[in-house]
Design a binder for this molecule. Sequence first.
Ligand SMILES: [Zn+2]
Ligand SMILES: [Zn+2]
Length: 180
Amino acid sequence: MPDRMPGQQEEVRKDWDTYFMDIAYMVSTRSRCPRRHVGALLVQGKKLLGTAYNGAPMGVSDCSEAGCMIVEEWEQREGVAGEPEMVKKQRCIRTIHAEQNLLLFTDRIDREGSTVYVTDQPCWTCANMLANSGIVEIVFHRGYPKDAAKVEHLMAQKGIVFRRLDGYAPPPQAGAAVVD
Ligand SMILES: [Zn+2]
Ligand SMILES: [Zn+2]
């Protein structure tokens, strides 16, 4: 095998965003909800302080045992002609969202000034809780258009850095369980 050219190692080595998002995706594989696998991490500097995924409370039957707990809701979205239209969506409410589990299992002192890496753009409720949790940055990969506008507005008001990892590809082992 030829020697590595100078500088080449830097290209091969993963940057920190990719490194942590890969971990978030691997954590998401622990989820037992077939509709959505979400992973979230608490990171301070380059130190991993906590991991969480969406799941039923401990000791309670999860989606793989008891099935998803589905609710139907009407959602507004932009139609073909740019006019708002209402569509019926199904959502599983059996699980505690990954971001909320992350808040349940980390300490406030660890969250102050920290970054949350999460596979999916947080929903409104999670975003609202994260905004009050002490963290200063949220990095996500997959979009969640339903709540995007109000979540972005909230983060701007709070001065929380809110950014999507563009050009990122999840590790193939993580699969992609998202049902919209
Ligand atoms: Zn479920
Ligand atoms: Zn959520």
